[in-house]
Ligand binder design. Structure first.
Ligand SMILES: Nc1ncnc2c1ncn2[C@@H]1O[C@H](COP(=O)(O)OP(=O)(O)OP(=O)(O)O)[C@@H](O)[C@H]1O
Length: 648
């Protein structure tokens, strides 16, 4: 069954690199082993317990031999009871040991997974925003979370294999002691038993890889389609029948692979059981004859038969060892691939902090910038749609030699045609990207010389489509300042002109905002984002005004909120409203990768250039910009709200 799986994308061309390739870089195994180093004490203890477990396993057949030969055959009831008691004692010991070894193996497996998981999460957090713009979220989550769970399970199997190895060695030694002839025959027959199992194991392994891929594919797609924005897009633009057919195909594939794995696994077990029964019949057939001839005693025969039964389990464990080890190494290597992705934006070792509570100036000095290419910031296997053509591509410069100065505590409005680079300029101010040449300075410091913490503290951003977590309004606000008091929260909400609305809701600040804030209107979300900004009290504000036409009340409220938010802060605003532009101390007209015009509203209008043109086409429509009378707004009966129980 050859299956080609892709993520909601058209089939890729043959020469595309296979993102699911399981090629492992040299040195990966050593790197995997390094994760065991901190747990070496537990590993040693595990091996010791494993050896004890194996010793118990082989001791029981010896006791049975004694019980039969020296007890039953010699009519010594006392000895029979003693041996039976020992056997029972060993069974209890075996159960205890297996509990202890399971505990230690889980501690090792979970410990290693814990280290790797945290390292991966911490690393991904530090990757630049460019990485996230290119990566498919579902696949990334799968990589740092789900695949690790698989690796951990394989881990458990690897450690069990250690016990199995000791058991096999001890069983073989005991077989030689009991009957070297049977031992030799067993060793010769082992490949016969194992061959089919190994073959089936490989088939299952391959199908499991396909199943992982199919599950990840469906998971990634669902994550994309079932978030609010995806669901909305597919409701408006989607083709339900075709999409359902796609889901059906994917789910059908998972079902087919699942059924196939179950059947092969069952066949494998059936074959093993059959082989074990055949081996037992063979041992009793030949051994029975030998006992009759007096070559050895009945007890020895029973011990040999029991030992053989105990050999199959560990041998099957060991037969899958290579694949299991490979699964662990491959899963780890896929995390390593992510860990090796160096963050493009890093904190300099000599970084200094920006002065606190003082509005700094902002300066762009001959800044040129292009967005990073896929090869610079991400992994093909996390994008899935990246075509070969994109490899090695160089993106065009978005900013070319851009220079401007925003004086401390003033408001600069950025205007310009769509795609001119306005948002890009704001991204550079919050250091989401570094310029390719020139420098961006805040408070006289190149951003690359500032600590992340001080920059994060200084710069507050309100984007056009404000993002809210699926949590209560309170938690969303506290994200900006976890220590804020109730009064401070209310004050920030009042400043952002959103308090009256929150106060009117039955749950007030404890109302859940809905996934990505989808229970709030655009204007309400932006005002909440402004409240968040007010709580943070940044000295620099980067704001992308909403282009969506807000109703007049919302617009007036947002406008009032902004007045509070921008007061005595250094502000860079992508302005879409005439009122903001008029209030700006300086307007920068961005076009063609740089500042085409600069000045105040009146100066630029008088100049009759691009700004005047934009003004006449975009801003001069009195219907959309004239101050509108305040109107009383009635909120609909609020939807039933979720309760979020904290501290439980
Ligand atoms: N993450 C990205 N990767 C690659 N190119 C990008 C990225 N983001 C934006 N661009 C490109 O950079 C250019 C400038 O985009 P930017 O978003 O800065 O424009 P803008 O002036 O803010 O436009 P708008 O007013 O429409 O929001 C555009 O050509 C855009 O396609």
């Amino acid at each position: 069954m050859d299956v080609v799986l892709r993520f909601g994308a058209p089939p890729k061309s043959d020469d595309d690199p296979d993102p699911w390739s399981t090629k492992v870089r040299p040195g990966t195994t050593r790197r995997v082993l390094a994760y065991f180093r901190p747990h070496i004490g537990k590993v040693a203890l595990f091996v010791l317990i494993a050896a004890l477990e194996a010793a118990v396993v082989i001791a029981t057949p010896l006791l049975m031999k004694e019980l039969i030969d020296d007890g039953i055959l010699k009519n010594d009831l006392g000895f029979v009871v003693l041996m039976a008691g020992f056997t029972a004692g060993l069974a209890v010991l075996a159960a205890l040991l297996s509990m202890v070894s399971a505990y230690i193996s889980a501690k090792i497996g979970e410990g290693v997974t814990y280290d790797l998981r945290l390292q991966a999460i911490d690393h991904v957090r530090q990757l630049p925003i460019a990485f996230f713009t290119r990566t498919q979220t579902g696949v990334l989550v799968g990589r740092v979370h789900t695949e690790l769970i698989m690796a951990q399970q394989s881990f458990g199997h690897l450690l069990m294999a250690a016990t199995s190895a000791v058991t096999v060695l001890l069983v073989l030694a005991e077989l030689i002691y009991l009957s070297w002839l049977v031992a030799i025959v067993t060793v010769i027959l082992i490949p016969l038993f194992i061959g089919p199992w190994v073959y089936v194991g490989r088939l299952i392994q391959r199908r499991t890889g396909g199943l992982m891929e199919a599950n990840a594919g469906l998971g990634g797609l669902l994550q994309e389609r079932f978030n609010v924005q995806g669901a909305m897009l597919s409701k408006i633009f989607g083709r339900p029948n075709e999409e359902m057919a796609d889901y059906r195909d994917r789910a059908g594939l998972i079902r087919r692979i699942g059924v196939s794995i179950s059947i092969w696994a069952r066949l494998g077990f059936a074959m093993m059981a059959l082989m074990a029964s055949l081996a037992t019949a063979l041992v009793y057939g030949i051994g029975g004859g030998l006992v009759i001839q007096g070559a050895f005693q009945l007890g020895t025969l029973v011990a040999i038969a029991t030992l053989l039964q105990r050999l199959f389990g560990p041998i099957t464990q060991l037969s899958g060892l290579q694949e299991t080890a490979q699964t662990v190494v491959v899963s780890f290597s896929r995390i390593f691939e992510l860990l090796d992705l160096k963050p493009l934006i890093r904190e300099s070792p000599d970084a200094v902090g920006l002065a606190k509570n003082v509005a700094p100036d902002i300066e762009f000095d001959d800044v040129s910038f292009r967005y990073p290419t896929a090869d610079e910031v991400s992994l093909a296997s996390l994008e899935h749609l990246r075509s070969k053509r994109e490899s090695g591509e160089v993106t065009a410069d978005v900013l070319r030699g851009t220079s401007f100065h925003v004086r401390a505590g003033t408001l600069t409005a950025l205007v310009g045609p769509s795609g001119a680079g306005k948002s890009t300029i704001t991204h550079l101010v919050s250091r989401l990207y570094d310029p390719n040449s020139g420098s961006v300075r805040v408070g006289g410091h190149d951003l690359r010389d500032l600590t992340f913490d001080s920059l994060r503290e200084a710069v507050g951003v309100v984007s056009q489509d404000a993002y809210l977590f699926h949590d209560t309004i309170r938690e969303n606000l506290l994200y900006a300042r976890p220590t804020a008091t109730e009064e401070e929260l209310v004050e920030a909400c009042r400043g952002a002109q959103i308090w009256d609305l929150i106060d009117s809701l039955p749950r007030g600040l404890d109302t859940v905002t809905g996934d990505r804030g989808y229970r709030m209107s655009g204007g309400e979300k932006q005002r909440l984002a402004i409240a968040r900004l007010l709580l943070k009290e940044p000295t620099v504000v980067v704001l992308d005004e909403a282009t969506a036409h807000l109703d007049s009340e919302s617009e007036a409220a947002v406008q009032r909120a902004l007045k509070t938010a921008l007061r005595s802060r250094t502000s860079l605003v992508i302005a879409h409203r005439l009122s903001t532009i008029r209030e700006a101390d300086q307007i920068l007209v961005i076009d063609g990768g740089g500042v085409r015009e600069r000045g105040t509203h009146d100066e630029l209008l008088a100049k009759g250039g691009l700004y005047a043109e934009l003004y006449h086409t975009q801003f001069s429509d009195p219907a959309s910009n004239a101050a509108k009378p305040e109107i009383e707004v009635e909120f609909d009966e609020p939807e039933p709200v979720d309760y979020v129980i904290r501290g439980g």
